[in-house]
Write a protein that binds this ligand. Structure first.
Ligand code: DGL
Length: 271
């Protein structure tokens, strides 16, 4: 049975969920975190729904076996499909898309831009959820075919910076200059990892990182259910990846995760 000291699980296709882990370490620093990034199969956004569901089941089993007290689906692409598995888990399952829609609903913005993977865009899960929570808002979505992949493999590499910026402009210029969006939801967890670049390209444009709301929601749940970890020291962060341990360790440090308790390899699922 889950207890106060049980970890909170975080799943993502790759390093994108580091942006969620970072917000968790900032806002709920005493919680133990268990991260799974399926680097061997990313980008998920270019897979079919059936494949995404199969890969997700693999990660859910991993988390269930380790007795997490809650699971953060820190991947927008998976979150669009997670309702199918919610009842199979013995802990609460939080969707990052739900968190993003909740965050936007509380903002005055009327013209909301959403950038995401093409899969997330195709499901219309952001416009649908925002529409339910705040029907007065207009949502304009943009699917970005290459951005998550470019960030996963170029983050922190000076040569790759220019490629990421070019791709950001390709996907965002029309939203900002023609649709005149009032804010932009970073609807893929990889994108907050380049938030500073987006701010530099589009100064003054409010950006919504759904992870902030996700941390608030999980914090409230733990408090209400007597599951908040009351240890005095900082929580642990154990990272599992199906790709390169060295790369994950280096990128985790680069995005500012601290502590990084361990980085371990887990066998990749063969599709
Ligand atoms: N980071 C993931 C998301 O939030 C997906 C990136 C991918 O693997 O395509 O959608």
């Amino acid at each position: 049975m889950a207890t106060k000291t049980s970890p909170i699980g975080i799943i993502d296709s790759g390093i994108g969920g580091f942006s969620v882990a970072l917000k968790m370490q900032q806002l709920l620093p005493h919680e133990n975190l268990l991260y799974f990034g399926d680097g061997a199969n990313m980008p998920y956004g270019n897979h079919s729904a059936d494949e995404i569901l199969t890969m997700t089941r693999y990660m859910l089993r991993f988390m269930e076996e380790r007795g997490v007290k809650a699971l953060l689906v820190a991947c927008n692409t998976i979150s669009c499909l997670i309702d199918r598995y919610r009842d199979d888990m013995s802990c609460p399952v939080l969707s990052v898309v739900e968190a993003g829609a909740e965050a936007v609903a509380q903002m005055p913005a009327k013209n909301v831009g959403v950038i995401s993977t093409c899969f997330t865009e195709s499901t219309k899960c952001y416009p649908n959820l925002i529409g339910q929570k705040a029907p007065d808002k207009t949502v304009i979505s943009q699917g970005c075919p290459d951005l998550a992949h470019l960030i996963e493999f170029n983050l922190g590499n000076p040569g790759g910076q220019e490629i990421i910026e070019e791709d950001l402009k390709k996907n965002m210029d029309e939203l900002v200059h023609q649709h005149k969006i009032d804010c932009c939801v970073l609807g893929c967890t990889h994108y907050p990892l380049v938030e500073k670049d987006i701010e530099r390209l589009y100064p003054g444009l409010p950006l919504v990182d759904p992870a902030v709301q996700m941390a608030k929601t999980i914090g409230a749940y733990l408090e209400e259910n007597g599951l908040k970890n009351d240890q005095a020291e900082k929580g642990t962060l154990d990272i599992y990846t199906t790709s390169s341990i060295e790369e994950y360790r280096e990128k985790a440090a680069k995005v500012g995760l601290d502590p990084i308790t361990s980085v371990q390899l887990y066998p990749a699922m063969k599709l």
